[in-house]
Design a protein around this ligand. Structure first.
Ligand code: NOJ
Length: 740
């Protein structure tokens, strides 16, 4: 019998042997993943029937250890061949211990932190019997109306690739089947982040240049890091639905990148090929998905019929081949063997309890929340606050909202374990400090209900107040306090999947609350709980910090930042527009016939962002000096080193994210004004200077050219910039000669 340590040859022998016993119906079954959803018993009975009959290869959304164990016993003991099930789940930023949301982890610019967080998520998930996380989401997002921006690493392919690879390593460890780890499933292949108008699930049209240079790199990085699975996207890409797109799923993924794991569709995306009016009917949809390169269908949610049930008929009528069917089945079974499921399919329910929400996991969540916060304003050095401050008014609908503090896409948390901002501040100050609290305004509501209300926990408490009276009370509290701390943003159901918005305004009456509190003149710290840039209509709080959805220990982390036990060091993973009309506004845009330095693009609005990509303040300050290249001139194919000296010129130990950008001055195609090509988050003691060196290798100097329709590295001149954001910094010039 194969074991997790079995060699690949042993595994392939075992897979071939098993497949020789399988009926066509059982093969189609291995390629089908069924949804289960709490409270939908009829569905569960259907699922059990399918498992018993050997017509299900995988289940998703079962997330209770005893239930996973029970269903696995049915598969192993009651189905004809006893093939164990793969259990999959959306483990996006933690299972029980909520880490900051993925966009926040990207804002830490610390891939090793993201790796640590996902390793803990994997450990908790694996302990309850899960084998596979539908994560990381590696879609590049340049339109903040799109709610799913929060699940990714923001707008940049270089940062996105680093975060993608780190998360895959976190989920999987050094190999598929490593103890306490799960299979990673980077998603959604490909281009989902560019949906028209930021509307979720809408069509996507992207040029080849955008695909190869911007949207593909994080997927490629995830695959190079060993990802065992890829999820195909819902929407149409350039007119062909992604989940029936052979160019994507076979030509690019397999032929170009050599991906050897398995491809699953997004939920119902195979059957949806019919909805797209691409496939004639559902059986045709199954044929098209399989033939395009899908290996497993995630069945439509809520009891929907799996399209892959019709694969045996498709085989009989010659619309699919046995070879293609076998190829897909072998990929799925190989994963099951690599995960060791044939040796150890069951769950140690008691042990799982000891693994969830340990203090050590919470400590990583705390560190992650501290490291991902981004300080945007700090007029007069208001922050950090003194712990001995006499009084603080903590105001806002998210100041004491545990569910929102955990963020979207986490379902199995325990709200009582979550530290809110209010609780964090209360615990941090001494007895001499008075802390008053008001919710400020009712928690705003969505126009349409979310399909993502947590199915496992009681509904989020509805907080409804008399807004006028509560705003007046908040103003009174702010007037009496030495400092007001406002916690505003978006409820967690307002962001994530099925949560796009047509505005970046603060939902509900929060803007009125903000303006009223600022009008008191009391120094005010605005803490923003969300995962996209918002438009505060020019309001100028004394200090402002993005805390994102900071997770289980988020409130404690926020208090540590407010009182200076932690120093903010995060940087924005996206350009922050001045208003919604500027979207999309990527920092890495092309020049034009009238460069933006000389020409206003709108007559009513400056060209640039409110805050640039890569921006974030510290309680300290940094000086950059002595930018140098190991050689001013290289030949195509050669590497160069870029070095700079960074000094902490403040009085506090602090961290700075040193960033390297390039701009190619001429070539077969025009290139962006700046492109990130290196970063390094460094810690510096007060007065300390460190030299930071970045390799600039040929793969960082090349790009996919629309002119030559391929990857090129060209003789040209590059501007090289190094600094603490995508604007300003030190500059030098690198010449690249043709090969002699
Ligand atoms: C749909 C989402 O698009 C995908 O990201 C998720 O993994 C599946 N549903 C399963 O919940």
């Amino acid at each position: 019998m194969a074991s997790p340590q079995a060699t690949e040859t042993e595994i392939q022998t075992r897979v071939a042997d098993l497949m020789s016993w399988m009926t066509v119906e059982e093969k189609a079954g291995q390629l089908t993943q069924y949804f289960t959803f709490p409270g939908v018993t009829e569905e569960l009975e259907n699922v059990e029937t399918e498992v018993r009959a050997g017509r299900a290869g995988s289940l998703l959304f079962v997330s209770d250890a005893a239930e996973i164990d029970r269903l696995q016993h049915i598969a192993v003991e009651e189905s004809r061949l006893g093939i164990p099930l793969l259990f999959a789940y959306d483990v996006i930023h933690g299972f029980r211990t909520a880490m900051p949301v993925p966009l926040a982890l990207a804002a830490s610019w610390d891939p090793s932190l993201a790796e640590d967080c996902q390793a803990i998520a994997a450990k908790e998930a694996r302990s309850i019997g899960l084998h596979w996380a539908f994560a990381p989401m590696v879609d590049i997002a340049r339109d903040p109306r799109w709610g799913r921006m929060i699940e990714g690493a923001g707008e940049d392919p270089f940062l996105g690739s680093a975060m993608a690879a780190a998360q895959v390593r976190g989920f999987q460890g050094d190999r598929i089947g490593a103890p306490d780890r799960v299979i990673a499933g980077p998603k959604h292949f490909a281009g989902y982040g560019a949906s028209l108008g930021g509307r979720d699930y809408d069509e996507v049209d992207l040029s080849d240049s955008e695909l190869w240079n911007i949207h593909f790199p994080p997927f490629k990085a995830a695959i190079e890091a060993g990802a065992g699975n890829i999820m195909s996207a819902y929407m149409g890409l350039n007119g062909v639905p992604a989940s029936g797109n052979k160019w994507l799923l076979t030509d690019v993924l397999r032929a170009e990148w050599g991906f050897d794991g398995f491809v699953v569709t997004d939920a119902g995306a195979a059957a949806d090929l019919e909805t797209h009016h691409f496939a004639m009917d559902r059986p045709d949809a199954a044929v098209r998905a399989l033939n395009a390169g899908v290996d497993m269908e995630m069945a439509p949610p809520f009891g929907g019929d799996a399209a892959f049930r019709s694969l045996p008929d498709a085989l009989a009528s010659g619309r699919i081949t046995m070879d293609r069917l076998d190829e897909a089945v072998a990929r799925v079974l190989t994963m099951k063997f690599r995960m060791g499921l044939f040796d150890a399919p069951f769950v140690d329910v008691a042990a799982s309890e000891r693994t969830l929400a340990t203090a050590a996991h919470g400590d990583v969540a705390l560190r992650a929340a501290e490291r991902s916060a981004v300080l945007l304003r700090n007029e007069g050095g208001l922050l950090p606050l003194s712990r001995d401050i006499g009084s603080i008014a903590v105001i806002g609908p998210f100041a004491d909202a545990a569910r929102d503090t955990s963020g979207p896409w986490i379902f199995r948390q325990d709200d009582s374990e979550t530290v809110t901002v209010l609780a964090g501040i209360r615990a941090a100050v001494g007895n001499g400090t008075r802390v008053d609290h008001s919710v400020g305004v009712s928690v705003p509501k969505r126009l349409h209900p979310s399909i993502f209300e947590n199915p496992f926990l009681p509904p989020t408490p509805v907080i409804e107040v008399d807004d006028d009276a509560e705003i007046a009370r908040s103003v009174a509290l702010a007037q009496e306090a030495e400092v007001a701390v406002l916690v505003l943003g978006e409820a967690e159901v307002m962001i994530g999947e099925h949560a796009s918005r047509s505005t970046l305004d603060l939902p509900g009456r929060q803007q009125e609350l903000l303006d009223a509190v600022l009008a008191t003149g009391t120094p005010t710290v605005l803490l923003v709980m969300t995962g996209r840039p918002l438009d505060f209509k020019g309001a100028q709080p004394t200090a402002q910090m993005m805390i994102w959805y900071p997770g289980t220990r988020g409130g404690e982390a926020t208090a540590n930042l407010l009182f200076g036990d932690a120093v903010p060091g995060g940087k924005l993973p996206y350009n922050w527009p001045r208003n919604i009309g500027q979207i999309p506004l990527p920092y890495a845009h092309l020049r034009s016939f009238k460069p933006e330095e000389t020409e206003m693009r709108y007559w009513n609005e400056p060209n640039g962002p409110l805050y640039p990509f890569g921006f974030g303040l510290s309680y300290s300050s940094f000086d950059y000096a002595n930018l140098r290249l190991s050689s001013d001139c290289i030949a195509v194919g050669q590497s160069v080193e870029v070095s700079v000296d960074v000094t902490n010129t403040g009085v506090r130990a602090a961290e700075e994210v040193v960033q390297l950008y390039i701009h190619q001055r001429y070539g077969t195609a025009a290139r962006p004004v700046r492109e990130l090509k290196g970063f390094n988050r460094i810690a510096l003691a007060p007065g300390e200077t460190r030299s930071v060196t970045f390799p600039l290798t040929p793969d960082r100097l090349r790009y996919w050219s629309s002119a030559t329709r391929g990857w090129v590295q060209e003789p040209t001149t590059f501007d090289i910039f190094v600094g603490g954001s995508s604007q300003g910094g030190l500059a030098t010039v690198l010449k690249v000669d043709a090969l002699a």
